[in-house]
Ligand binder design. Structure first.
Ligand SMILES: *Cc1c(COP(=O)(O)O)cnc(C)c1O
Length: 356
């Protein structure tokens, strides 16, 4: 494939139509998007064009059978004026893993990262100014071939769109309440839980809606076989601090391998904390809440970075975690990761791709 990216710039920017004081998550899209097409056995035609609707065959396999995967990552502008993209190599690798599971031809990691750098450069004025706000990057691959046969497609489209996004919490880092989900499941052994594919999200909409209606922010997913072991919190990985040890479920196929999860584990190990990737039963968590050994619980994901959990609802009982306040470790990890992303804290592991 020729890796030259053709660029068709927008005539007039839409940036003036966006109220940067009222950003939501992924509501406004920046001026440009990246596109790649797969046909005749190869990815081709890398180009950047104005963001806008794309024609799609009504028979496209992605629409009917969900042959689609996506990614999510962020870029930031630091006080030093430099723009940093956080760990895009991890997203490139995960996209490859997701593609393999859904029978989509993989996207070259180098073109993935170069396309993101070009988009960030073109639309850098869209990077929001406030601390914690970010330039969100959403790569998406979908089959575009019109056929109703249930078989892998032979035509695909890869797009990268970008969007200025608000902080998850506004000015106030606070805890969320989780409904422990013991009816629905997110993923099962042998399924697609480790792939970032649309179907996982479609399946989570009803449980998510029911938990909101019941007064909770998200669900805490349990394992698909026995509803016994904790897996994820909504669309985030979950971590517990129990008796001064940080514990998170292992990556055994039903859990999405989060970049934030990996960053948190790395930072905790750097500091010499005890860290365990092992199965955690919901009973261990509930017992820990009762006897005080559960010091903290928090979700990790690109959108929120760290999301402290203050309450659990399980089998008609509500359990508080340490007075429903964000814990010291969650707060420290949030500040540390954001500090690295903004170039204020030394990037020891070379996570940032700096765009000048
Ligand atoms: C994307 C995602 C995460 C978080 O991954 P990050 O790379 O940290 O953003 C966790 N769980 C699910 C189900 C996800 O889709």
């Amino acid at each position: 494939m020729s890796t030259d990216i053709k660029i068709q710039q927008i005539d007039k920017s839409r940036i003036d139509s966006v109220d940067f004081d009222k950003l939501a998550f992924g509501k406004n899209f920046c001026d440009h998007m990246f596109s790649l097409e797969y046909a005749d056995g190869a990815w081709c035609n890398p180009h950047i064009l104005p963001y806008g609707p794309v024609p799609i065959e009504p028979g496209a396999c992605s629409l009917h059978y969900g042959q689609t995967v996506f990614e999510g990552l962020k870029a930031f502008r630091g006080k030093d004026g430099a723009v940093r993209i956080f760990r895009p190599d991890m997203n490139a690798k995960r996209l490859r893993t997701s593609c393999e599971r859904i029978c989509i031809p993989p996207i070259d990691e180098e073109i993935f990262i170069r396309a993101i750098i070009e988009l960030v450069k073109l639309d850098k004025d869209w990077i929001p100014p406030k601390r914690g706000e970010a330039f969100y990057i959403r790569p998406l691959v979908f089959s575009s071939e019109g056929h109703l046969d249930v078989r892998p497609s032979t035509e695909f489209r890869f797009l990268i769109m970008t969007s200025p996004v608000c902080t998850y919490f506004g000015d106030d880092f606070r805890t969320i309440a989780l409904k422990v989900e013991d009816k629905y499941t997110r993923a099962a052994p042998g399924g697609v839980g480790y792939a970032k594919t649309g179907g996982n999200y479609a399946a989570s909409l009803l449980p998510g809606k029911e938990s909101l209606n019941a007064g909770y922010n998200q669900v805490l997913w349990l394992d698909g076989r026995d509803h016994n072991y904790v897996e994820e919190a909504g669309q985030m990985n979950i971590m517990f601090k129990i008796d001064n040890t940080f514990v998170t479920p292992p990556l055994k196929g039903t859990i999405l391998p989060g970049v934030t999860r990996d960053s948190v584990l790395t930072l905790l190990r750097d500091k010499g904390h005890d860290v365990e990737e092992r199965p955690i039963s919901i009973n261990e968590v509930i017992e820990g809440s009762k006897n005080g050994k559960l010091q903290e619980a928090f979700g990790c994901g690109t959108a929120a970075v760290i999301c402290p959990v203050g309450k659990l609802f399980y089998q008609n009982e509500v359990y508080d975690i340490k007075g429903c306040k964000p814990g010291p470790s969650a707060t420290e990890l949030y500040n540390e990761i954001l500090g690295i992303q903004l170039g204020e804290i030394e990037d020891k592991h070379g996570w940032n791709v700096v765009v000048d």
